[in-house]
Design a protein around this ligand. Structure first.
Ligand SMILES: Nc1nc2c(c(=O)[nH]1)N[C@H]1C(S)=C(S)[C@@H](COP(=O)(O)OP(=O)(O)OC[C@H]3O[C@@H](n4cnc5c(=O)[nH]c(N)nc54)[C@H](O)[C@@H]3O)O[C@H]1N2
Ligand SMILES: Nc1nc2c(c(=O)[nH]1)N[C@H]1C(S)=C(S)[C@@H](COP(=O)(O)OP(=O)(O)OC[C@H]3O[C@@H](n4cnc5c(=O)[nH]c(N)nc54)[C@H](O)[C@@H]3O)O[C@H]1N2
Ligand SMILES: [Mo]
Length: 760
């Protein structure tokens, strides 16, 4: 059945009554065991559990309700009363389930039993845990460790993640791809080269001290709504917020804080963005080049007038490297080229530059709109260049703020989930656990896909996530997946990756974070790291969805025990009985970050990891913060000369968490009823001879001989620049070639896919 779209531009603020209505709807539909009262008490509060939705910081003095519409939705869906039981699997073949939508699969509720895929009956059948672990362990023992992959989505705790990376290394590989390989890997590559740290430098308190915020390519209202609390306070101090985004995103425009009764009653929104620049998809380098050029011009003017310099000369001289080359490049780049590429007039960029230059301390926020492009690394480094021009790193109220995705995606990296060996203290692990870890780099996400296509991978273990749905090149990848010998999926809900079976396929159900994790020494605490490097404890409060669920640490430990020879230095059972011992091990491996770990669990607001760049110590090749030269003004793949090629942005709706589709109401964009839509500029649509709501087909424009084409999209008129279109992830992933990724970071380039449009 084709779902019909209904588009009604949303003129209400983000937050406000719309979010309350949506919250009540999802609470009722999921018959969630957690009501709003429990959310108020426990959600993101010291002594409670940390939200499983986004990774945004949790304040030391939380609001009465320290959750947002989408965090609450994620929790209601975790604590749903619905169950996907063995009986459900007996009633539906896997082939039949392949015809279900992502929404319908996860809407069946929580998985309750460990299951094995039975190819003869084309069904999942229940198995005992022991049988599952024994079978998986003996299969893994038979494979060359280099042909096995240990994927991690970003939800598992620091404790689980640490145990998981150790399992991989004891087994014999560094094949630890994770969701950040599709996400902020670009950040992890760009920032160390520029400022010597892989993470952002901003702390929550900096928002109280900032004088200006720049935002590039992030959708705050949907993907990190609690950040709006800080931005509302920022705006009340009359601090300017300058937004660069091809789409007009409601969250950046107007916000009513549901926690402020006065504002709710009067419905008088706070205006968030003071300037909104609809840059063309992939053209941020051009826009930032324009700002840099205008800042240089302001500095020239100041010098001529004998006024205070606009550039922070002292900072540039003492703390940076490469400014002269950068300055020369900016001066050489002409306004005509900048305007043509960015799609923005010079005056708009000069206005942004003037606001930027007037502000003493500036924070730059960004998301997938910068990272998921061919030149994603250059995008991020160009933003750093802008900050460095005025010394906006390493002082209060200033800095770089990548907004991370999954709630512990940053943390899993911190404790060793990384395929790159130079990011992990292998010598320390060797000494601590008495083994010789593998020393060659492992596979990241794209390299895993390439190796699967080449037939070099035999086994895939997934610690959460929906790998096959989240990666590019869906058709080829689904086909090749069938050749794997083993697929093990540790999960909470049924998703499409579980239906793309291997020769031997196992579904291992686990607890969610808000559930009580009871082990031999009592209920356990787990920890995670937020986007601002602060570490928080989390205590589950609710009864597990099924008595058959095991915790993630337990599942990892049992897999390890079934696969590896015993090692007295790795006390898997003792760790499972008492997670404080895992934290002690983490503290021993990473003393700088985690000394006195167990004693610091309940510091309100979490405890921050030390970040050298915050102190203006630059752990880079030059010992300084580096100005880096972008390779081009446009970050995508096409050359921009063919008007028939559009740049497709694949993005999230307000009713999903990645591949978990809660519903069909992208309320903040006013798009309801269907996700098979393309948001397109009205003139572009008319020029193509397509009616509003008319049917269209997208075909990727490449010369690799592979046809990637999807029909059945409905056209929705949307306020986007001509030549830029947007559609939803993960539906569109079949259109993204595997080889279209960010240079250096290999993050799939999901934000400016070159496509042609035809009417259907
Ligand atoms: N509710 C909810 N919260 C989430 C998630 C979720 O799915 N749902 N996902 C989590 C995860 S894993 C992540 S990584 C984050 C993702 O959060 P975001 O980084 O916000 O990711 P997207 O939704 O993909 O949206 C990217 C934004 O970038 C803009 N954009 C696209 N291309 C360009 C460009 O070329 N230039 C500029 N300047 N802008 C561009 C888009 O219009 C869009 O507003 O959110 C996390 N939080
Ligand atoms: N085209 C396009 N593709 C993209 C993106 C894009 O913007 N555009 N974004 C990319 C990004 S930023 C990311 S992060 C990836 C996301 O990729 P993934 O992290 O792999 O995918 P998710 O959709 O977050 O995974 C959802 C599944 O995780 C399981 N799960 C949920 N909670 C838990 C838990 O607590 N424990 C365990 N074990 N399992 C759990 C559930 O079974 C659920 O079905 O997708 C990437 N793909
Ligand atoms: Mo992400």
């Amino acid at each position: 059945m084709t779902r019909r779209v209904w588009h009604e531009p949303y003129d209400q603020p983000t937050g406000g009554w719309g979010s309350v209505k949506s919250l009540v709807k999802h609470s009722t539909q999921q018959k969630a065991v957690s009501g709003t009262a429990s959310l108020l008490r426990d959600h993101n509060k010291t002594g409670g559990y940390m939200c499983t939705s986004c990774a945004w910081a949790k304040p030391a003095r939380p609001h009465l309700a320290e959750f947002c519409e989408n965090g609450a939705k994620a929790t209601f869906w975790d604590l749903t009363a619905k169950r996907t039981t063995p009986d459900f699997f007996a009633r539906h073949t896997v082939t039949e389930l392949m015809g279900w939508s992502d929404h319908d699969l996860e809407n069946e509720g929580r998985l309750t039993h460990p299951m094995r895929y039975d190819a003869d009956g084309d069904r999942y059948v229940p198995v005992g845990w022991e049988e599952a672990f024994a079978a998986i362990g003996s299969k893994l023992q038979g494979y060359d460790p280099k042909s096995t992959v240990f994927y991690a989505s970003g939800r598992a705790s620091l404790e689980t993640s640490y145990m998981y990376q150790l399992l991989a290394r004891l087994y014999g590989n560094n094949n630890l791809p994770d969701s950040s390989n599709m996400c902020h890997e670009t950040t992890s590559v760009a920032l160390p080269q520029s400022i010597g740290t892989p993470v952002g430098t901003v702390l929550l308190e900096d928002f109280g001290k900032t004088d200006c915020i720049l935002s590039f390519g992030q959708n705050i209202g949907t993907n990190s709504p609690r950040l709006l609390h800080s931005l509302q306070e920022v705006r009340e101090r009359d601090v300017p917020i300058i937004v660069f985004n091809p789409l007009r995103e409601r969250g950046w425009e107007s916000f009513v804080n549901p926690q402020r009764p006065g504002q709710m009653l009067t419905n008088t929104p706070t205006q968030i963005a003071t300037e909104y620049h609809q840059v063309r998809a992939g053209a941020d380098i051009a826009a930032m080049m324009g700002i840099a050029k205008a800042v240089l011009a302001l500095d020239d003017e100041a010098r001529r007038a004998g006024a205070a310099r606009v550039l922070d000369e002292a900072f540039i001289a003492e703390h940076t490297h490469g400014f002269e080359a950068f300055e020369a490049m900016v001066r050489q780049t002409g306004w005509a080229e900048i305007e043509l590429t960015s799609g923005l007039p010079r005056a708009a960029l000069e206005s942004a530059a003037t606001t930027y230059a007037r502000a003493r301390s500036v924070i730059a926020i960004y998301g997938m709109g910068l990272t998921q492009h061919r030149l994603g690394v250059d995008n991020v480094q160009m933003l750093i260049n802008l900050l460095l021009m005025r010394g906006n790193i390493g002082r209060p109220g200033a800095g770089i703020c990548p907004v991370r995705g999954h709630s512990n995606v940053q943390g899993q990296r911190t404790v060793g989930i990384a395929e790159k060996t130079d990011l992990v203290p292998l010598d320390k692990l060797a000494e601590q656990f008495g083994f010789e870890p593998p020393r060659e780099d492992g596979l990241n996400t794209v390299e895993t896909c390439e190796a699967i296509v080449a037939g070099r991978i035999k086994a895939f273990i997934g610690l959460g996530g929906n790998f096959v749905r989240a990666i590019p090149e869906r058709e080829l990848m689904e086909r090749k997946w069938r050749d794997l010998g083993l697929s093990v999926q540790i999960a909470t809900k049924l998703n499409r990756s579980h239906l793309i079976t291997a020769r031997s396929t196992w579904l291992l159900p686990t607890l969610v974070r808000s559930e009580i994790d009871m082990q031999a020494t009592g209920p356990q605490i787990v920890t995670m790291e937020d986007s601002t490097t602060c570490i928080h404890a989390s205590r589950g409060k609710h009864r597990p969805a099924s008595e058959h669920l095991l915790s993630e640490p337990r599942i990892v430990a049992e897999l390890a025990k079934a696969t590896l020879p015993p090692n007295p230095r790795v006390p898997w059972d003792a760790w499972v009985a008492d997670y404080t011992l895992v934290r002690d091990a983490i503290a021993e491996t990473f003393p700088d970050d985690f000394h006195d770990f167990n004693a610091r669990l309940d510091i309100p607001g979490g405890f921050p990891r030390p970040v050298a760049a915050r102190q203006r110590r630059w752990e880079t090749d030059t010992g300084k913060a580096n100005f880096k030269l972008p390779k081009a003004l446009f970050a995508g793949f096409d050359d921009g000369t063919d008007p028939e090629i559009f740049r497709l942005i694949t993005l999230r709706s307000n009713d999903q968490f990645n591949t978990t589709v809660y519903g069909y109401a992208d309320r903040l964009r006013g798009i309801h009823g269907s996700r098979m839509v393309v948001m397109i500029n009205r003139e572009d649509r008319a020029r193509l001879g397509i009616a509003e709501g008319g049917s269209m087909r997208l075909t990727t424009s490449t010369d690799d001989g592979i046809i990637r084409s999807m029909g059945g999209f409905q056209a929705v008129d949307y306020d986007v620049p001509s030549g830029t279109i947007a559609a939803y992830y993960p539906e569109c992933n079949a259109l993204i070639p595997l080889w279209q990724y960010a240079e250096e970071s290999k993050t799939p380039a999901a934000k400016s896919v070159p496509v042609r449009i035809t009417a259907e």
